[in-house]
Each structure stands twice: as structure tokens, then as C-alpha cells.
Design a protein. Structure first.
Length: 161
């Protein structure tokens, strides 16, 4: 896998910080890394995303799972919008700017990846970053990855559950 180390560190730091912040006290945050099939198609979520992906290993996926309150499905499409908060009062109380997931999505997109979000109210949330692998010698070359990210705040958080 090829990518900008600082940008990818920011992605996973934001996701893990959010999982700790919005997870229930005394519960685990699980971070899982595995080889992955093709990233899901844009707009595909959950089972549809997994069924639509070709069965060829092409990269990695990193999932961050919390056991928080979960997020209602109606909020999921807007979670990565700048300044969007599910519960503004709770988010302000916990800190953050409302930019965290917007930054995550932006960086993941710059790396030709995809962010998927699965959540169930009362059970928790899983944020998964799908990143493409580096092509093998003799395969079609990829475009170079970005060398720098725009000047965006490192603070952020997702809307409260």
C-alpha cells in the first residue's frame, strides 16, 4: 500500500478518537486491519456494498468499531458533511469542530479509497476505510498519490450518537 503517512495517521487518529469519545464508558474500541476486496461502489452500503465488490484482493480495509449509542440511518448520509452534527449540544460538550469526518473522507478520497459507515442505534458504529493496494510490476501504473493535504483542522468529531 502506498500513501501519505501523515494524512493516513490523521484519518485513523480521528476515527479512533471519535470511537473513544462516542463509545460507552468501559467498552472496547476495536481496530481491525485486513486484506480487502475491491472497495464498495459509490453509494453502496452494508450487504449491497459487499455483494457488488469483485472477489479480487486489491487493497486493505481498516475498521474502527465502538459500542456507543449508534447513529440513526437518517443521519448516515450526512455524517461526512462539514459541520454536520447529529446532536449539536452533545458534540459541543465533548469538543470538536464538526470537521473530523469531513477531513477523513477528503483524505481517503485523495488516496482513491472509500469510507463506509455502518451503525445500529443502541449497539454502536463501525467506520471502515477501504484503500487500494499498489499495482504489481507489469500492471497499469496508478496516478501518483497526493503529496500534501489542504490546510484543514486536525480537530473534529462525528455527530453525537
Amino acid at each position: 500500500m502506498q500513501g501519505d503517512e501523515d494524512q493516513l495517521t490523521q484519518v485513523f487518529q480521528n476515527l479512533i478518537d471519535n470511537a473513544i469519545k462516542y463509545g460507552r464508558e468501559q467498552t472496547d474500541v476495536v481496530v481491525a486491519l485486513e486484506r480487502a476486496e475491491a472497495p464498495p461502489a459509490p453509494g453502496a452500503t452494508g450487504i449491497r456494498a459487499r455483494q457488488a465488490a469483485p472477489q479480487k484482493v486489491v487493497g486493505i480495509k481498516v475498521s474502527v468499531t465502538d459500542k456507543g449509542e449508534g447513529i440513526a440511518r437518517t443521519h448516515l448520509p450526512r455524517l461526512t458533511e462539514r459541520f454536520y452534527r447529529v446532536d449539536a449540544a452533545r458534540s459541543r460538550a465533548l469538543g470538536g469542530t464538526g470537521l473530523g469526518l469531513a477531513i477523513v473522507k477528503h483524505i481517503v478520497n485523495r488516496h482513491r479509497g472509500r469510507l463506509t459507515i455502518d451503525s445500529e442505534v443502541g449497539k454502536g458504529s463501525t467506520f471502515t476505510v477501504h484503500l487500494p493496494g499498489v499495482e504489481k510490476p507489469g500492471e497499469k501504473a496508478e496516478k501518483p498519490l497526493p503529496q500534501s493535504a489542504p490546510n484543514l483542522s486536525q480537530e473534529g468529531g462525528r455527530g453525537a450518537a
